[in-house]
Design a protein around this ligand. Sequence first.
Ligand code: NAP
Length: 313
Amino acid sequence: MTTPLPVFERLTVIGCGLIGSSVVRAAREYKAAGHITVADISQTVLDRVAALGIADAVEADLGKAVETADLVIFATPVLAVADVMATIAPHLKAGATISDVGSVKGSVSEAMQAAAPVGVHIIPGHPIAGTEQSGPDAGFAELFQDRWTILTPIAARHDDAYALAVAKLASFWRTLGAQVEQMDERHHDLVLAVTSHLPHLIAYNIVGTAADLEEVTQAEVMKYSAGGFRDFTRIAASDPTMWRDIFVANREAVLDVLGRFTEDLQALSRAIRWGEAEKLHELFTRTREIRRGVIALGQESPEPNFGRDRGKH
Ligand code: NAP
């Protein structure tokens, strides 16, 4: 079924960094929204968005920015969502759809619902696409092409109006080029803890460890940084505020998988200590197969894609 365009007449994006500005650019490029307003806590960001000319209006007053919006998308760091929701709640239009792009869904969904007025549709979302860059200049319209966007609708909402709003939001993301899947929010947080949050934690940790090693100088770390370590430094360069918020907001699921990971690491360290070569070979063979599976599914994050690395977060 083809959706008539624009999918939403009036879109407001709150927080116009990498992801917010990509939504704005894509919504305009693919005609998913008729009129686009950008709101942000930072006047510098608003000035930059105005200079780039990617939105129809910029607004520093968050309440004013959402008054006529049919779709509001939060693209701020996840811990800012509760405050933003409380600020805009009295200004939301009845029947409006309120969504987000945050990398954590359980606690964000709770925060959105806690302050939401009756009569709006809260539908949390997460596009699994991104780069290590931040800010409005870093965004681009093709970011979501052939990437997954996961929607985590509120389980307690069974009414037809809500189902219609979910279908319309899914259609919005498909117009931006994404493939859309629905998932339980807790399951989302566990899946992302394994596939994205833990790998980032490992990268932050290994780069920190290398930097702190007294026997190896910083200059040597940089000079001899070969394939593996270089990749870790790229991941460890991700936005500190965004990742601070992710680990605080998804603490339970991250600690869960971290516990499991630590046990496996202990087993690996025992195998190395006792020279259990076969055990190591077996694991490395299994993981090589998984890598081949990832490539076959087209889910790797290739280097030169639209000139940028579109990782997943
Ligand atoms: P970003 O480039 O840093 O952009 C965030 C923007 O939100 C900034 O302009 C920031 O302003 C603004 N902001 C912060 N607090 C605000 C508030 N209270 N009210 C209004 N605006 C506020 O970050 P991003 O990478 O686009 O990430 C945004 C969201 O997308 C996060 O929730 C993240 O989990 C999610 N996400 C990120 C990726 C990724 O790869 N980066 C991928 C998928 C999902 P200041 O600069 O002044 O702080």
